[in-house]
Design a binder for this molecule. Structure first.
Ligand code: NAD
Length: 409
């Protein structure tokens, strides 16, 4: 990267940084993804960055939809700039929730505004839309993709996927409670006994476990399944029943599931079919990094459910776990509603932003020292997340994706 040089001990620092007393400027942009109400940095984190000798500029209104007004940023020590272009011009480091391929429809002008030597940190979907990572590289910017954080203990405080998935799992249950014609708890009343709602959660990862916990708190009878057998203990510890499909353990690397073939998913559908039929609410969260979501609920299975039942598909953005899912839409089939949730955590923007901001601040503090770059290229977290540098795509997986399928990129 222009202006970056390898220093001692494999640590990168700005050339002449010692002679340049000007600290790095962190820029916070208003998000442009559809219905995105989150902001990458909240005022409390501005204070933390100021203590680390960084300056912060914020686009006017960047945090308003999340409940953080411009005056809060000013009080925390940031400068609020009316013009988005000025943030691009002033910032050395841009923080965004959704950038590049994670905001494919709207990211074009932002990518065109990047300049050589500028850094971008955020979610950018480099495995799903690597062509956007290439475009960022062509601008000469240094990009870090937060989806690629290694799942190691040291990186837990930076893990935006987990913090946001947890919120999505919680909100999925509230959405189901609001849309369902039934209540969640069992109730014994003078008007007779009302049975508890039956909830099935497919995919017991971060979002799924939070969905289980929330549905249990509301009094539902909850069942859950996952292809990683270690999830069984987590499910049971939350008071839900684990559905073992008898297909063996399919844990992949980094605590994620392995991608399987169509025949496997067909067998899984067959095994889950009776449980889906009897459920009032099915919440699907199954995902495999870098792949489209596994298809686990067929149209036929939907037609076997009682009218008024619901499917809340949290994997809609990755193609959906249900055959009938359409992102952003509610499809009604035979009286069963299939809700294609995209970016559900953005509908709880205050806490989602607060958690994202804490994560991204912890990440940024790994990269700077005393207001200047101090990037250790040997650090596992840096190696895992750095996707572009010096005009090149430097992440091996993204590179491979671009090389193997250049026509589609
Ligand atoms: P994810 O979002 O990639 O997937 C969601 C869940 O879907 C996963 O549990 C996955 O196993 C499951 N799944 C995939 N294919 C499926 C299928 N065909 N049928 C049923 N389920 C399927 O995963 P995630 O929620 O981000 O995390 C998964 C696990 O990783 C969790 O147990 C979490 O606690 C753990 N984790 C560990 C760390 C760490 O060690 N630092 C950090 C974050 C998460």
């Amino acid at each position: 990267m222009d202006g970056l040089s390898a220093g001692q001990n494999e640590t990168y620092s700005l050339t002449g940084a010692a002679a340049d007393p000007k600290p790095l400027v962190v820029g916070v942009l208003r998000e442009t993804f559809r219905d995105e109400h989150r902001v990458a940095l909240v005022p409390a984190s501005v204070r933390v960055l100021k203590k680390a000798n960084l300056s912060v500029v914020v686009q006017a209104g960047a945090g308003t939809l999340a409940g953080f007004v411009d005056a809060d940023y000013v009080a925390a020590g940031a400068e609020v700039l009316a013009d988005r272009n000025d943030v691009f011009a002033r910032a050395d480091i841009l923080l965004q929730v959704r950038t590049a391929g994670a905001n494919a429809d709207e990211a074009g002008p932002d990518i065109a505004s990047l300049r050589t030597g500028q850094a971008v940190i955020g979610l950018s979907n480099p495995l799903g839309r690597p062509e956007f990572t290439k475009r960022v590289a062509e601008r000469g910017a240094m990009a870090f993709a937060l989806e690629l954080l290694p799942r190691i203990t040291r990186a837990q405080s930076m893990d935006v996927l987990s913090s946001q998935a947890s919120i999505a799992g919680y909100k999925a249950v509230l959405l189901a409670g609001e849309r369902s014609p039934k209540m969640f708890p069992m109730m014994m009343t003078a008007a007779g006994t009302i049975t508890a709602a039956k909830v099935l959660v497919i995919g017991a990862g971060v979002a799924g476990l939070q969905a289980i916990a929330t549905a249990r708190r509301l009094g539902a009878v909850v069942k859950a399944t996952d292809v990683r057998s270690v999830a069984k203990d987590d499910v049971q510890s939350l008071g839900a029943r684990f559905i073992d499909t008898g297909l063996g353990d399919n844990a992949g690397g980094g605590s994620y599931a392995k991608g399987m073939d169509a025949e496997f998913y067909q067998r899984q559908q067959t095994a889950l079919s009776p449980v889906i039929t009897e459920s009032d609410i099915v919440i699907t969260t199954a995902a495999v990094p870098g792949r489209t979501a596994p298809r686990l609920v067929s149209a036929e299975m939907i037609r076997s459910m009682s009218p008024g039942s619901l499917v809340i598909d949290l994997a809609a953005e990755q193609g959906g776990n249900c055959e009938l899912t359409r992102p952003w839409e509610t499809v009604v089939e035979n009286g069963v509603s299939i809700i294609g949730c995209v970016n559900l955590s953005a509908s709880v923007p205050f806490h989602a932003s607060q958690m994202f901001s804490r994560n991204v601040t912890a990440f940024l503090l790994l990269l700077v020292k005393d207001g200047h770059w101090a990037i250790d290229r040997e650090d596992e977290i840096v190696q895992g997340t750095l996707v572009t540098l010096d005009g090149q795509v430097v992440h091996p997986k993204v590179h491979e994706l671009l090389a193997t399928n250049p026509g589609e990129r």
